[in-house]
Design a protein around this ligand. Structure first.
Ligand code: MG
Ligand code: MG
Length: 268
């Protein structure tokens, strides 16, 4: 789940021990397993409510608590955002996926006192060329950001990596919502904008854990929140994509806690 840009500013940055990072790896491993399950499950005709149920069931089977349920009153366990919806869409029995949609699924866990948070945008069947490029560029921008997660770099280096890649390809960056530190709270400091706003941003230190989450629009960067109080949509109704990983800063470089590799690898 992303943080409203005004909401996480000034929240404290916490440094985690190796043992804490190990627990956060477990929390995020469950998130990754849920997202891989959803990637395999998404198909035309399924409702976003069914996806929410499946996500919550698997989470509980792994003895974790779905972190978003009830968070500031959010009614679901899973955020589901289709096409022009950017983030924080609410699962619904009435909302069926259609061929050609893209659906962003964002899931969080609370496990042994620590949070996991990750998101992926999934194509529903064959999608048009713009959506295909949007997904590719957004996911690539996340990987470029992760490469900057090194001791001594600044948050602005992470932000710049996303912004450069996205804007080079002609897409725009959502500004109203940002990534965040994560730990014993879902949203901790520092704020991680996907655009550069302050070159004097905090330096990365060993033991910080960052939820980096580019939200990228095909058209305007402008967004608005629907009357349900949650669903964020693009102002021009053009599609939006969202990818997120929780990443620990280690002496050896970035450690992607929510990596889906082990699960994807098991399929081969
Ligand atoms: Mg999230
Ligand atoms: Mg998040």
């Amino acid at each position: 789940m992303s943080s409203a840009a005004s909401n996480s500013a000034g929240k404290s940055i916490t440094i985690k021990s190796r043992d804490e990072i190990r627990v956060m790896e477990e929390a995020n491993r469950i998130v990754a397993e849920v997202l891989v399950m959803l990637q395999k499950t998404v198909e035309p005709g399924i409702t976003t409510f069914e996806l929410d149920r499946l996500a919550e069931d698997l989470c509980q089977k792994r003895k974790a608590v779905p972190a978003f349920k009830g968070y500031r009153g959010f009614p679901g366990s899973l955020c589901v955002s289709i096409n022009e919806e950017v983030v924080h869409g609410i699962p619904s029995r009435k909302r069926k996926l259609k061929k050609g949609d893209i659906i962003s699924v964002d899931f969080g866990t609370l496990y042994k006192g620590y949070y996991g948070d990750s998101a992926v945008t999934i194509p529903v069947g064959t999608i048009d060329g713009v959506k295909e490029k949007l997904l590719k560029v957004t996911e690539e921008s996340l990987h470029k950001a992760i490469e900057q997660v090194r001791v001594g770099n600044r948050i602005a280096d992470v932000s710049a990596a996303v912004q450069d890649h996205v804007e080079t390809h002609g897409f725009s960056i959502v500004r109203q919502f940002v990534g965040h530190g994560i730990g014993t709270s879902l949203h901790e400091g520092p704020e991680i904008p996907n655009f550069v706003q302050d070159n004097s941003s905090p330096r990365l230190q060993e033991g910080m854990v960052l939820a980096i989450e580019p939200m990228v629009n095909a058209g305007t960067y402008k967004v608005k929140v629907l009357r349900d109080g949650w669903t964020v949509v693009t102002s021009d109704k053009k599609p939006s994509a969202h990818f997120e990983h929780s990443v620990a800063v280690t002496a050896d470089g970035p450690l992607v806690l929510s990596s889906r590799e082990p699960f994807n690898g098991e399929e081969k």
